[in-house]
Design a protein around this ligand. Structure first.
Ligand SMILES: [Zn+2]
Length: 129
């Protein structure tokens, strides 16, 4: 059964395109609530957990999609591997916070790779752990 999604993503303009298509693929029919904050889920995991849970609870969705992206200015990590590792860790922390409060909600973690010019998303990689 299709259900509505909540997307958590960065404020970065390069990561805005393609979200409707993405939620169609993820069985949410292009209908989604959008939580757009600096650094995506990182914004919530150090003291703003209640805000995150309040937004997800208000939306009443059954799927949360967490999107982080490379070359994120909120992280400002120059080493691409370190940047990825750090952001993956933050996505996992956010997932645990969400699952603890809403065990029935499905959490999908996506890593957005940019194109060569770093102007827009080239592809999404789903993170499975
Ligand atoms: Zn960003």
């Amino acid at each position: 059964m299709a259900g509505k999604c909540t997307i958590i993503q960065c404020i970065d303009y390069r990561t805005q395109i393609g979200l409707i298509k993405l939620t169609q693929k993820k069985n949410c029919l292009g209908q989604y609530y959008l939580i757009s904050v600096k650094g995506s889920s990182r914004y919530f995991i150090n003291g703003r957990e209640d805000d995150l849970l309040d937004m997800i609870g208000t939306a009443g969705t059954d799927t949360v999609i967490i999107i982080h992206h490379e070359d994120c200015k909120s992280y400002s990590i120059k080493n691409p591997i370190e940047e990825k590792t750090t952001q993956f860790e933050d996505m996992r922390k956010a997932e645990m916070i969400i699952k603890k409060a809403f065990p029935e909600i499905k959490v999908i973690k996506l890593w957005a790779k940019l194109d060569e010019e770093k102007t827009k998303i080239n592809s999404f990689q789903e993170i499975n752990n």
